[in-house]
Design a protein around this ligand. Structure first.
Ligand SMILES: Cc1ncc(COP(=O)(O)O)c(C=O)c1O
Length: 414
């Protein structure tokens, strides 16, 4: 079947209007200039439901970016929506925090094995920033060890030094080491003995433009032995992977116990809230730092988070999403093999990173993802994808049919 290719005339017109009043039209990674090939991706969403959305031209997509992670139960999930609406009838952003903040903290403390307390913010970067401030306050040290290519948000110390406006001084106390490199961690800790406040890392390595890498056997236990020996706080940045691998924090799956965990993306199925959860030993430090924001007490998002977490736990979402992810990656890999090409899926199946093995760059893969978008299958080419609990067998079947057709189209044109 040859599908009609999507056109984006309304989206493009809106983008031209946007460029006059919004710097770059669409900021950040949703910018169509970042999404290559240019013109292959839609510009603005009109509506969303389940695992699909429609753009402003009326084209429909099966969505494997899930808003870059927040959507986990499906857009417009009724359980989350009704909890949100019920709270909004009572109070949202108000002079005082709402009781639901306490209920949410209690729920997280019960859910997450390392958590004796939890505190809330809005974005992932708020949470990772807070975690670092807590670690510095608790240890009285300044330095931070992070992984090369690891992303923790868009605050100056987290961004690559080449980005606009970043001062090298912002990175003065951040030491980057390669992923899975215990010798580098040992050396860095020895060389900076008594100066390192925290080691911040995602539970597995999910950089952009590169295969994603799981921890090597024994990596986390040995890393933790070293961190403990040097009195360094272990921060698990579970902003991206949180609740797609293990409800208790992705560290549980990989067999280690950090001191602090940062959650965000999937915690409230799209409502804006992040959390830092931590051990009792860091509670006083967490109570001492000053971090807040105009909307950090908004109760609607907290009610949404509580309902989302309860629902994720009820349906054992991580197991379900991992299973759907396995079917998804196996299906795509088999289709590629059927057309004589090797598709590599790396990372966890609930957040797979895809790449074509025959190329060293990602040009062919970019073209392929562009052809998929034009046919109603949305996947970014430079970033891991996201699978949700709302993706159905029917979505998978349609996904495979589109992928097969898009791959044949790229092979013909390359
Ligand atoms: C692992 C990780 N940490 C932190 C962040 C920052 O989150 P936010 O964009 O909500 O500030 C992200 C965002 O993609 C992330 O993937």
């Amino acid at each position: 079947m040859n599908r009609k290719l999507h056109v984006y005339s309304r989206g493009r017109a809106l983008f031209e209007r946007a460029r006059k009043v919004i710097p770059s039209g669409i900021p950040g990674h949703f910018n169509p200039v970042v999404q290559k090939p240019h013109g292959a991706y839609p510009y603005y969403a009109q509506s969303s439901r389940g695992a699909r959305f429609r753009d402003v031209d009326g084209n429909e997509y099966i969505d494997y970016m899930c808003a870059y992670g927040p959507m986990i139960l499906g857009y417009g999930n009724p359980v989350v929506e009704s909890a949100y609406r019920a709270q909004m009838k009572k109070a949202d952003t108000c002079t005082l925090a709402s009781p639901v903040m306490v209920e949410l903290a209690e729920f997280l403390v019960d859910l997450v094995p390392i958590a004796d307390w939890a505190t809330f913010a809005k974005n992932g970067a708020d949470a990772t920033n807070m975690a670092v401030l807590i670690a510095r306050t608790a240890t009285g040290r300044r330095k931070l060890i992070a992984i090369e290519g690891g992303y923790h948000g868009s605050s100056p110390w987290m961004l690559s030094i080449e980005r606009g406006g970043i001062d090298p001084a912002d990175h003065q106390h951040v030491i980057r080491i390669p992923w899975n490199d215990i010798d580098a961690l040992r050396r860095t800790l020895d060389q900076n003995h008594g100066e390192v406040a925290a080691f911040i890392s995602s539970p597995y390595h999910h950089p952009v433009y590169q295969d994603n890498e799981l921890p090597a056997a024994g990596y986390w236990p040995e890393a933790h032995r070293l961190l403990k020996k040097h009195g360094v706080v272990s921060i698990c940045d579970d902003v991206r992977a949180g609740f797609r691998i293990d409800m208790g924090g992705s560290n549980e799956y990989f067999g280690y116990r950090p001191d602090l965990i940062c959650f965000c993306k999937a915690i409230a199925n799209g409502y804006p809230i992040s959390a830092v959860a931590g051990r009792d030993s860091l509670k006083d430090a967490a109570g001492t730092i000053f971090q807040t924001g105009s909307f950090w007490f908004s109760a609607g998002a907290m009610a949404a988070a509580l309902a989302c977490l309860q629902e994720l736990a009820r349906i054992d979402a991580p197991a379900r999403i991992l299973e759907i992810g396995r079917k998804f990656t196996e299906g795509l890999t088999n289709i590629a093999a059927g057309q004589g090409l090797m598709l590599k899926a790396s990372g966890m199946p609930s957040m797979p990173y895809l790449r074509m093995e025959h190329e060293s760059g990602i040009e062919f893969h970019q073209a392929l993802c562009g052809e998929c978008a034009r046919r109603g299958l949305f996947m970014a080419s430079h970033h891991n994808l996201f699978v949700s609990a709302a993706h159905t067998e029917q979505d998978l079947e349609q996904t495979f049919a589109i992928f097969d057709e898009a791959l044949a189209a790229v092979r013909t044109s390359c």
